[in-house]
Design a protein around this ligand. Structure first.
Ligand code: PEP
Ligand code: MG
Length: 596
């Protein structure tokens, strides 16, 4: 039966494919296709893992002390029985043979199928056996991880799903990922992965999971509440990333309509691509800087390819996440920053100091676990610069690594979530100390500008004082909206109140830009607003000339810049800001603009 599920659109376009359901806790399992001549080898890996786990369980059972409760032995018997059950092992082999999934993926896929069957059981005792099944699969996955390509790839610092290291099978159905929740760091694993679209149950439009999905430039819908319950493994689904709709098992007519739209957006993409290397200059000759937001050092070439004139935001925290508490040392960080700087071939690279906390914990955690673990308001807690200043040694280490990278190109340091002048003082002291340490160690470094993100209303309200001490600012509208409107950006329950057009938000953005321009200091917007064409003219009218966004957005923003006349737009600004409906008024004035 065909059904529609509504969520939040986070990444444009249409994806059509078969659903791959992944439990949130198993999102980090490797997903790749196995070449036909390696299928037997994959089955052998699975068999070996099963035999090893069986031997472990037998041993555990034999070693149970005499006085151990009888239930323990019975439980191990249940686990052994599940391990040898045809419903698990034979069916898992089918996923490998028919679909060419790697063993871990096949096992997780089969677990999802069986887990649903358990959920539907009437008998509470049998229903509870689902937890046993999950434990058995967990053991198998752990065993497989020891021998897996995922482990090898992780050691080599590569995402396990990277196409370059993984054999793929031609002619497979396209696949779309469906999960209750995907942590931002796990989302990173899907860069260049086999999936052509994403659906998650939770998440807001500017949650970091959504941001990473957007940077992958594939259609995605988040906050689709019941999606992972309603969609079944292998269902055909359409992800409408423009409307935020997921169609499950579409009818032939609906499918045809979406295929048509898919072709249209591919044509549009190809057309926009031709603008890649056209300079972004407005009709009245204003040069606009279009920069890239990146998450990994390897993202540099893609940014250049998209026509970016530099990196406006390198979210360095992704280097720190999911490492089991083992943080990257100065050398590793230096190499990462240098890679990005060298890749940009002399163009500026703005490296943001680590922004962990809130929905980007150092360790892998789902949104639910986070809320549970960190109390009610992790977004108001020890995150971003607050965390860095609470770990001064680590902060200086990061500053040293960034400074050293500046010997290889133009680098700027950007500090997230600044709210106090005291923080600015501490940042400048840490920077001076880091320079001194490098001098003592004989390391070279270049001239580096230091700036703050304007993400908290306090920063926008005291922009004059902040800029007395800093070289530039960059407006993080995602957080600025969150903190101005008191809306958790990762919480889909309040996502309808997350309003970038809110007059209070526009007022803070405008005063920040106006003040920086007045005193001749650089100001950029690097939140999602910068890559949303609905805001391009408004930001230009406010005087913004530097926008940083996902590389995939650059061409569409450039198209709007090329058609804009900033003098005329600036004249419309007072009416826009005074209106209760700035979006509506902007649409109207753009329709009536000269030459339209
Ligand atoms: C922002 O808050 O707008 C921003 C760019 O930073 P992040 O999305 O990483 O919090
Ligand atoms: Mg932010």
């Amino acid at each position: 039966m065909s059904i529609q599920i509504f969520g939040l659109p986070v990444s444009r376009g249409v994806a059509i494919g078969r659903a791959v359901l992944i439990a949130s806790s198993r999102v980090d399992v490797a997903h790749y296709f196995v070449a036909v001549d390696r299928l037997e080898h994959e089955i052998a890996r699975l068999r070996l893992a099963r035999d090893t786990v069986a031997a472990e369980l037998e041993q555990l059972k034999n070693e149970l002390p005499q006085e151990a409760p009888h239930e323990l032995a019975a439980l191990l018997d249940v686990h052994l029985m599940l391990l040898h059950d045809e419903a698990l092992t034979s069916a898992t082999k089918v996923w490998i043979y028919d679909r060419h999934y790697n063993a871990e993926w096949a096992l997780s896929a089969q677990l999802e199928v069986l887990a649903r069957q358990f959920d539907e059981m009437e008998d509470p005792y049998l229903r509870e056996r689902k937890a046993d099944l999950e434990q058995v699969v967990e053991r198998l996955l752990r065993e497989l991880a020891g021998s897996s390509l995922a482990a090898a790839a992780a050691k080599a610092g590569k995402a396990p799903t990277e196409r370059s290291v993984l054999p793929t099978v031609m002619g497979e159905d396209p696949l779309v990922l469906v999960a209750s929740d995907v942590a931002p760091a796990d989302m990173m694993q899907f860069k260049r992965s086999v999936f052509t679209g994403f659906v998650t149950d939770v998440g807001g439009r500017t949650s970091h999971t959504a941001i990473v999905a957007r940077s992958l430039d594939i259609p995605a819908v988040v906050g689709a509440r019941e999606a992972s319950r309603l969609i079944r493994q292998d269902d055909w689904i359409v992800i409408d990333g423009d409307a935020g709709v997921v169609v499950v098992n579409p009818t032939a007519i609906v499918l045809e309509e979406y295929r048509f739209r898919q072709r249209q957006s591919e044509l549009e993409r190809a057309r926009l691509n031709r603008l890649r290397h056209t300079p972004a200059v407005t009709l009245d000759g204003q040069v606009v800087e279009l920069l890239a937001n990146i998450e990994l050092p390897g993202d540099g070439p893609g940014a250049l390819e998209a026509g970016a004139m530099g990196v406006g935001l390198f979210r360095s925290e992704f280097l720190f996440m999911n490492r089991g508490g083992d943080l990257p040392d100065e050398e590793e960080q230096f190499e990462a920053y240098r890679t990005a700087v060298v890749a940009m071939q002399g163009l500026p690279v703005t490296i943001r100091t680590v922004d962990v906390g809130a929905d980007k914990p150092l360790e892998r955690m789902s949104a639910q676990e986070l809320r549970h673990e960190h109390g009610l308001n992790p977004a108001l807690g020890l995150r971003a610069i607050r965390w860095s200043l609470s770990e001064p040694g680590m902060f200086r280490q990061q500053l040293r690594a960034i400074l050293r990278a500046s010997a290889h190109g133009k680098v700027r340091i950007l500090v997230p979530m600044v709210a106090h002048l005291g923080e600015v003082r501490s940042i400048l002291e840490a920077l001076a100390r880091a320079r001194q340490q490098l001098d003592e160690a004989g390391h070279s470094y270049g001239q580096v500008d230091i700036g703050a993100m304007v993400e908290v209303p306090a920063a926008a309200l005291m922009i004059d004082r902040l800029l007395r001490h800093l070289d530039f600012v960059s407006i993080g509208t995602n957080d600025l909206i969150q903190y101005t409107l008191a809306i958790d950006r990762a919480d889909e329950a309040v996502s309808h109140l997350y309003d970038p057009w809110h007059p209070a938000v526009l007022h803070l953005v405008q005063r920040t830009i106006a003040h920086a321009n007045r005193i001749g200091k650089d100001v950029c917007v690097c939140g999602e607003m910068a890559g949303d064409p609905a805001f391009t003219e408004l930001l230009l009218a406010m005087g913004l000339r530097s926008f940083s966004m996902h590389p995939a957005r650059i061409a569409s923003i450039k198209q709007r810049v090329l058609r804009a006349d900033t003098r005329w737009l600036a004249e419309q600004l007072p009416a826009l800001l005074a209106s209760d409906d700035p979006a509506g008024v902007l649409r109207e004035v753009l329709q009536g603009r000269p030459g339209h």
